[in-house]
Write a protein that binds this ligand. Structure first.
Ligand code: RUQ
Ligand code: CUA
Length: 666
């Protein structure tokens, strides 16, 4: 690992120019196959073959597309407020966005991983990371909703996450930023980085029945940047591989200062060993603070608990759990092939792609074929771990997926292409332009033991000139390729929501068959449920008012309320009495400064409103639920503070006590 600042600077300057300028491939306009339209066409009324779950990047959400059509099926709020369905606005969902720093209603969502059994996608859950305020979410694929969010202590920039082991035993979280640990004083000079800043990777256990997550243990590591990871599988099950950059431990101008060394590392973690040490009580208990938020499908509400303990294993005291493998030029992607034998490290600025061999790594460890150590961790000799190098693959390799037929596909950010190569002899077999600058790519099941290798989707960062201009900002995009033959064939492209990073896809029948259609009203355990219209009521307790309101096509009960006052804290508990698929009702009231509610059949959700001015406040249903949807409305009379208008509520009392203006005129 000799320093070679000269070549870095010259190569660096050239690459940076390319990064800024981008390479525009030729024939960008007519690159799709002539029969592409028929291959992505899904006739009206027919279903797509696959669900595609796509990370929303800075939107904080997850989007779901049908493949091959590219039709948008749903946007699932995860780390972001969503006015569309009241996520994070309703009293029941607010706790989901709680953290040890209070409510954090946004995050940067990069990676997704579907749960697996025996290394195969099982269609149960989808895990999503939050980068900025380190969190991991678990989405339940029965409801397509976020079921759980766990904050990660001792972490900053949860990028190397949420990758899972082959039976979903653990989901991992590697910190991008090294920082002083939470139980230390973080108020230290930044130039004490080398002394005070540490990295961690966290192992979060997943309950095999409920899916509930628990912070099992954290490994304390040198202060570098952890970027991406993937679990071993098959023979390498029990190991986890992480890419890391900034082995220079720079804390400023990383663009230059973290590109000094020829090689950074792939870190191999023997998590089974670490697990044993934890079972033997070898971990150190630390007092920290992190939120654990769980959504309960039977109470239709979330709780947030602040946890206070973590168990940390300092790897320098346990020399047989972590090994480093040199990997050229600031590796980004870290991908393990379906057999579990090959580990691909993608150096962003490297002119080749190194492929490591799990069995060679094991031999090197057994024979101590090391090249010294880094911060007390043994460094395996590059050649001893290497299966071989893919030569001249293109510029800017980022991520690799596999088709299960012995081929790998790597995105080339700088040269804007996807390169197909053979795992066996590392020969480049095909390359295809993308439009432009792909980040991640995804083959359905392409990071599992069983890829469904018919399609490949590239997620492009730059779409300059590909779509009608929409002001200074253009949507990022996905491009669908057919990879069933020897050559990749471009079929279609379509814009995305937010900035997609990683994605996952699974056969539709694996997921659709378990889909929840309605919540059974008799199983509704929300403490504020209204079981039937006759039980609807309004209850005042001091200045708190609880409105137990029902919704059914096409009215609310009650729909006239009087005797509410300025400054009252009014809680509208809406129960949707429908027991039919796809009949949500909405609820919105004039001037409420939150959002609306969208309540699913059989569910109860609560909107809090504190009126500030007396007057008349109409409310209505926001989801076009029937021919008489527009009639689904009501009034709330707000009187001044201290007024003695009695509390009353009604439905269908239509005797008007005033003179009709209409009658007078006739
Ligand atoms: S990243 S575009 Cu946040 Cu996974 Cu590589
Ligand atoms: Cu209910 Cu519209």
């Amino acid at each position: 690992m000799k320093k070679n600042p000269f070549s870095i600077l010259t190569l660096g300057a050239g690459l940076f120019l390319l990064i800024i300028a981008g390479c525009k491939p030729k024939n960008a306009g007519n690159a799709a196959e002539s029969d592409a339209a028929s291959r992505v066409y899904v006739p009206p009324g027919k279903y797509d073959k696959l669900y595609n779950f796509v990370s929303g990047g800075f939107s904080g959400q997850v989007t779901v597309y049908g493949i091959p059509s590219g039709r948008l099926l749903r946007v699932i709020p995860v780390f972001s407020l969503d006015p569309q369905d009241g996520w994070g606005y309703s009293e029941e969902t607010k706790p989901m966005l709680n953290t040890s720093h209070g409510m954090v209603p946004w995050d940067d969502q990069h990676h997704l991983e579907l749960s697996q059994t025996n290394g195969e996608i099982d269609g149960r859950w989808l895990f999503a990371n939050g980068n900025n305020t380190p969190r991991i979410a678990r989405l339940d694929l029965k409801t397509f909703r976020t079921a759980e969010i766990l904050e990660i202590p001792n972490s900053a920039g949860n990028h190397s996450s949420p990758f899972i082991t082959e039976n979903t035993e653990y989901v991992v979280a590697g910190t991008r930023f090294s920082v002083p640990m939470d139980d230390k004083n973080g108020d230290v000079p930044i130039d004490t980085y080398k002394k005070n800043f540490k990295g961690t990777v966290s192992f979060i256990s997943v309950d095999p029945q409920s899916g509930n997550m628990k912070l099992a243990f954290q490994l304390l590591l040198p202060g570098v940047d952890f970027d991406l990871s993937h679990a071993g599988k098959g023979p390498s099950h029990g190991w986890f591989f992480f890419s890391c950059y900034n082995s220079e431990q720079a804390h400023t101008l990383l663009e230059v200062n973290a590109s000094q060394r020829d090689k950074d590392f792939i870190m191999a973690v023997n998590w089974k060993k670490a697990e044993e040490y934890i079972k033997q009580g070898k971990g150190q208990k630390q007092t920290v603070k992190y939120a654990h938020n769980v959504y309960n499908e039977s109470t239709h509400s979330a709780t947030s608990t602040i946890e206070t303990q973590t168990t940390v294993l300092d790897v320098k005291d346990f020399p047989d759990i972590v090994y480093l493998i040199p990997c050229p030029k600031s590796p980004h992607g870290c991908d393990v092939d379906p057999t579990g034998e090959y580990i691909v490290g993608s150096g962003k600025l490297a002119a080749l792609i190194p492929v490591f061999s799990f069995s060679k790594i094991q031999t090197a460890i057994a024979s101590k074929n090391f090249d010294g150590e880094y911060a007390g961790i043994p460094v395996i000799k590059y050649e001893a771990a290497l299966h071989g190098e893919v030569k001249k693959p293109g510029l800017g390799p980022l991520h690799t997926e596999f088709d299960g037929k012995g081929n790998a596909y790597t995105t080339m950010f700088i040269s804007s292409e996807i390169v197909k190569w053979s795992l066996k002899d590392l020969k480049v077999l095909d390359r295809h332009a993308t439009y432009y600058s792909p980040g991640h790519l995804m083959i359905p099941g392409g990071d599992s033991r069983k890829p469904y290798g018919k399609y490949l989707i590239a997620y492009n960062k730059i779409t300059k000139d590909r779509y009608l201009p929409t002001g200074p900002e253009l949507a990022q995009s996905a491009q669908l390729f057919d990879i069933s033959g020897d050559k990749m064939k471009l079929l279609s492209d379509y814009p995305s929501i937010g900035e997609p990073h990683y994605a996952q896809a699974a056969p539709a029948d694996l997921i659709a068959k378990n889909s929840t259609k309605i919540f059974k009203i008799e199983e509704n355990k929300n403490p504020y449920v209204t079981m039937g219209e006759k039980n609807s009521k309004v209850v005042r307790t001091g200045n708190r008012v609880d409105v137990y309101m029902t919704m059914i096509r096409s009215h609310f009960s009650p729909d006239n309320i009087e005797g509410l006052k300025v400054g009252d804290d009014i809680y509208f508990h809406l129960t949707n009495l429908e027991q039919d698929w796809d009949v949500p009702h909405g609820f919105a009231i004039r001037n409420a400064n939150t959002a609306e509610l969208l309540v699913m059949p059989g569910e109860t959700q609560t909107l809090k409103w504190t009126p500030d001015v007396s007057g008349m406040y109409p409310f209505y249903c926001t989801d076009f639920c029937s021919a008489l949807h527009q009639e689904m409305q009501g009034y709330i009379r707000i009187s001044p503070k201290g007024s003695n208008v009695p509390l009353s509520f009604s439905l269908g009392k239509n005797a008007d006590t005033s003179d009709s203006v209409l009658t007078k005129q006739q």
